[in-house]
Design a protein around this ligand. Structure first.
Ligand code: FNR
Length: 347
C-alpha cells in the first residue's frame, strides 16, 4: 500500500535518494552553549539514516539569527567540526543529509547574541515571547538597510559553503514559517517602500538573491528551498500575498533547485488568497520536484504521491517518536505515537 514510498528518487544527476521519505527539519535545542552539535545529535541523526533524505534541524547562519535556545550554528570552525561528526555518522550508515539554513529575522532575540539590533524587512513587532523562554518578550526589529541586506545574502552563501565543508549533501534554505526570508514575502511583515517592498517582484528580491548566491557558492544540485505561501505562524495572511508567491514560483521555475519544500504543520489548511490548499497552489504554479509535509502518515503520503500532489513526503513528529520509522513502515509495524514530552530528550 505504501510501495511507491520505497522507490528511489533522483533529485538530479548527482543526488539519488533511496526512498521518497524525508525527515522534516525539527528544532531540538540540544546544541552546546557555543551552538556546536554534540555526539548525542550525531547518534540521533545516524539512527534515522535509512530515510531517503534527512533535513537537519534549522541551523543559524550567524549569531543575530538566533531566536531559540541552543539551536546549532554554521558560522564557526567549531560548529563545522561538530556537524562533520553528524554528517560522517549519517553517511557511514548510508544516509543523506541536507542542512537547513536559518535566520529568524524579527523573532530573533538579543538575549542570545549579547545585545544589538534584531533585523527584519520592517520595524514590525510580533507580540509574544520566545518559545521555551517565556520571560523573553520579542523586541521591535530594525528595518534592514541595503547594506544589511547585502551582508545577509553574503552570510547565507558563506553558511552554505560551511555546510558543504561540514560534509552535508546540500542545503535547504529556510524560507518558511514566519522567519526572515518569509518575512520579506508577506505583506504583514514587509512594509518597505524601496526595491524590497510593495510589489511581488520587489518582495521576492531578497529571497531570490539568497537562493542565487547559495547556488552560485555550492551549485544548484545542492540547493533547496522551503516556503510558506500560507501564513500560519508568527504571521498574518494578506489578500495580496498570493501574487507575491505566484511571482516567486514563476522565478523558481526558471531555476534548477534540488527540490522545493512546503513549510506547514497541517496540509489540510486552506488559505483564501491561495484559492485553497498551499500545496496545491504551489503545484499549480511550479512543475519541478516538490516535497509535501504536514500531518502525513505513510499511507496518506503515499496516496498524495500517487495522486501527483507532490513527489516526496516529509515526516516530522513521527520521526521524533520513532527513530526506526522507515523500518517500521516498511514492515507494517505499529508506530509509537508522538507526544510533546518527547522533546525533552534526544532519542
Ligand atoms: C518543527 N518544524 C520545523 N520546520 C522547519 O522548517 N525547521 C525547523 O527547525 C522545525 N522545527 C520543528 C520542531 C518541532 C518540535 C516540530 C514539531 C516541528 C516543522 C516540521 O518540519 C514539520 O513541517 C511539521 O512538524 C509538520 O510535519 P508532521 O510533524 O505533521 O509530520
Amino acid at each position: 500500500m505504501t510501495d511507491n514510498l520505497f522507490q528511489s528518487f533522483a533529485l538530479n544527476d548527482t543526488l539519488e535518494l533511496s526512498n521518497r521519505i524525508a525527515m522534516a527539519p525539527l528544532t531540538r535545542c540540544m546544541a552546546d552553549d557555543n551552538l556546536v552539535p554534540t555526539q548525542a545529535m550525531a547518534d540521533y541523526y545516524a539512527k534515522r539514516a535509512q530515510t531517503g533524505l534527512i533535513i537537519s534541524e534549522a541551523t543559524i547562519i550567524r549569531p543575530d539569527g538566533q531566536g531559540y535556545p541552543n539551536t546549532p550554528g554554521l558560522f564557526s570552525a567549531e560548529q563545522i567540526a561538530g556537524w562533520k561528526k553528524v554528517t560522517d555518522a549519517v553517511h557511514s550508515k548510508g544516509g543523506k543529509i541536507f542542512a537547513q539554513l536559518w535566520h529568524t529575522g524579527r523573532v530573533a532575540h538579543p538575549h542570545f547574541f549579547g545585545g544589538g539590533d534584531v533585523l527584519a524587512p520592517s520595524a514590525t513587532l510580533v507580540e509574544g515571547t520566545v518559545p521555551r523562554m517565556r520571560d523573553l518578550t520579542y523586541v521591535t526589529p530594525k528595518a534592514a538597510s541595503k547594506d544589511d541586506i547585502a551582508q545577509l545574502v553574503a552570510d547565507y552563501a558563506t553558511a552554505a559553503a560551511n555546510a558543504i565543508e561540514a560534509g552535508f549533501d546540500g542545503v535547504e534554505i529556510h524560507g518558511a514559517n514566519g522567519y526572515l526570508i518569509d518575512q520579506f514575502l508577506h505583506h504583514d511583515a514587509n512594509k518597505r517602500d524601496d526595491e524590497y517592498g510593495q510589489t511581488p517582484e520587489n518582495m521576492a528580491r531578497f529571497p531570490l538573491a539568497v537562493v542565487d548566491a547559495i547556488a552560485e557558492a555550492i551549485g544548484w544540485h545542492k540547493t533547496a528551498l522551503r516556503i510558506s505561501p500560507g501564513a500560519y505562524f508568527n504571521m498574518a495572511g494578506d489578500a495580496r500575498d498570493g501574487d507575491v508567491f505566484k511571482y516567486l514560483l514563476g522565478e523558481l521555475e526558471q531555476r534548477q533547485l534540488a527540490y522545493l519544500h512546503l513549510g506547514l504543520f497541517d496540509d489540510s489548511m486552506e488559505f483564501d488568497y491561495l484559492d485553497g490548499n498551499a500545496t496545491d497552489f504551489v503545484r499549480r504554479h511550479y512543475s519541478k520536484t516538490l516535497m509535501g509535509v504536514g500531518g502525513y502518515t505513510a499511507e496518506t503520503g503515499s496516496q498524495a504521491i500517487e495522486d501527483n500532489r507532490f513527489d516526496l513526503v516529509a515526516i516530522g513528529r513521527p520521526f521524533i517518536a520513532n527513530p526506526d520509522y522507515i523500518e517500521k513502515v516498511r514492515q507494517g509495524d505499529e508506530l509509537t505515537p508522538y507526544s510533546d514530552e518527547m522533546l525533552a530528550e534526544l532519542v
